[in-house]
Ligand binder design. Structure first.
Ligand SMILES: [Ca+2]
Length: 458
């Protein structure tokens, strides 16, 4: 009797703590990784066994979409749950009316970030890697200023002191400490970032709180020119830029596993909701004066039309893998979901209300095998240049996909069910569908001085 009472006293608080403890949340975001660049999405050359294994244990979305087709706006949509037509950031650079120039635009302080939402719910929040949502000269717009307790951020552009940030430098918090990334010390930048994550978990993890960790990787973006690694795929005899491209993806795959192994060793993995994705489709870029990566070399878009900056499927449809041990169903789903669904999804995972700003619908029911609410439509837009032709819009409504290239341009229409590669514009045959899509495209883009739809600013 005495022993059992002692056992009860010993066990009860632990059980209660387990029940109360919200799940950890881990976002793994690749940079410019195409729909077809993982084995689990049909890639036959580049090896990604660890991410493939993750997908086999969880749910693989076949129709998962980034927030936009280029870095900043896509990441802004992910971080705020607001679609690109309502978002503050709609291109990597925006028009700055105050001085008539084009430059970086930061998330508005009125827009709640994922980190702010989860921090308010008691999470320890951590960010490592590429932020791309702030103004270089204003650290209040950096990750540390937007809800992350711990942040190490790669930064480039002008410094407040009138200099230029070295893109290899990674800054802790509010510029209180800098670590220079030296490629001769690591096989690639994502190894360095994973080392930072493991050190954070060893030294600064607060076990009393659930964890939100956002790993914002570099691979396979073209801007990592210098690479110590020289061995992977050497025997294939490919052009060096293609060998490096494949090697970076395989190394990213290895780094994901290192992090998962660490979380498992800490006993944190089982109660972790994991989302793996990419911020946009594959690129066709390389060093300024060097050869460019050919996205067809490995069929990076998986055959989908278009690449980074396109609003055809190849620019926006990306890998989307969710794993949550014992909870997420396994297999594949064709439920169309997108970056602005992530905020309501994570709010539901954490058991909290989603900020009203979000345009998204939680896809957690789909992950858990329950009845899933569908979108009436999905919407994207991008303003990457400085004239009306640079303004692009797209909407998906069921299997219909409408695309407009240029402000005021005619809407192209594709039937994704019969034509997933968007080869046949069937707008003329379906004027009633075009009319419905046009209504979406005409109403979903709110006005913003940073991205005037008719261009201008020059
Ligand atoms: Ca990107």
């Amino acid at each position: 009797m005495r022993i059992s009472r002692w056992l009860m006293i010993l066990c009860l608080p632990a059980v209660a703590a387990q029940v109360e403890r919200r799940p950890n949340i881990l976002i793994l975001l690749a940079d410019d990784l195409g729909y077809g660049e993982l084995g689990c999405y049909g890639q036959e050359i580049i090896r990604t066994p660890n991410i493939d294994a993750l997908a086999s244990k969880g749910l693989r979305f076949t129709d998962f979409y980034a927030g936009c087709s280029v870095c900043s706006p896509s990441r802004g949509v992910l971080m705020t749950g607001i679609h690109a037509g309502h978002a503050t950031i709609r291109g990597n650079n925006g028009f700055i009316p105050e001085d008539g120039t084009w430059g970086r635009v930061a998330l508005e302080k009125s827009e709640v970030t994922l980190a702010e939402m989860l921090k308010a719910a008691g999470y320890q929040t951590a960010f490592i890697g590429k932020w791309h949502l702030g103004i270089p000269t204003d650290t209040s717009t950096w990750a540390q200023g937007r809800g992350f307790d711990f942040a190490v951020q790669e930064q480039w552009g002008p410094t407040p002191e009138g200099g230029t940030f070295d893109e290899q430098d990674h800054w802790f918090g509010d510029r209180e400490k800098m670590i220079h990334y030296d490629y001769t010390q690591y096989d690639c930048k994502d190894v360095f970032r994973t080392d930072l994550a493991l050190r954070f978990l060893d030294e600064q993890r607060d076990p009393a709180k659930p964890l939100f960790l956002f790993m914002s990787y570099r691979s396979p973006h073209a801007h990592e020119y210098d690479l110590r690694e020289t061995e992977r795929y050497k025997e294939r005899g490919w052009p060096e830029i293609e060998r490096r491209h494949a090697a970076r993806i395989t190394m990213l795959d290895e780094q994901v596993q290192r992090l998962l192994d660490k979380l498992e060793a800490m006993g944190e993995l089982d109660n972790t909701f994991i989302l793996f994705s990419s911020d946009n489709g594959p690129h066709a870029e390389g060093p300024v004066d060097g050869p460019k990566h050919d996205p067809l070399f490995f069929q990076g878009s998986g055959g989908l039309r278009g690449y980074k900056r396109d609003l055809y499927e190849g620019g926006i449809r990306v890998p989307g893998i969710v794993c949550w041990k014992g909870k997420a169903k396994s297999g594949a789903t064709a439920h169309p979901a997108t970056f602005y669904d992530v905020m309501p999804t994570l709010a539901e995972v954490a058991g909290i209300a989603c900020p009203a700003q979000s345009d998204g619908i939680s896809f957690l029911p789909e992950v858990l095998g329950r009845e899933q609410q569908q979108h009436e439509f999905l919407y994207w837009e991008i303003m990457e240049g400085r004239n009306a032709l640079s303004f692009r819009q797209a909407a998906r409504m069921g299997d219909w996909k409408g695309v407009r290239y240029g402000a005021g341009a005619r809407t192209q229409l594709f039937d994704l069910r019969s034509d997933p590669y968007e080869t046949m514009d069937v707008a003329k045959a379906h004027p009633e569908v075009v009319e419905r899509i046009d209504r979406i495209l005409d109403t979903q883009s709110t006005k913003t001085g940073h991205y005037p739809p008719a261009g201008g600013g020059e």
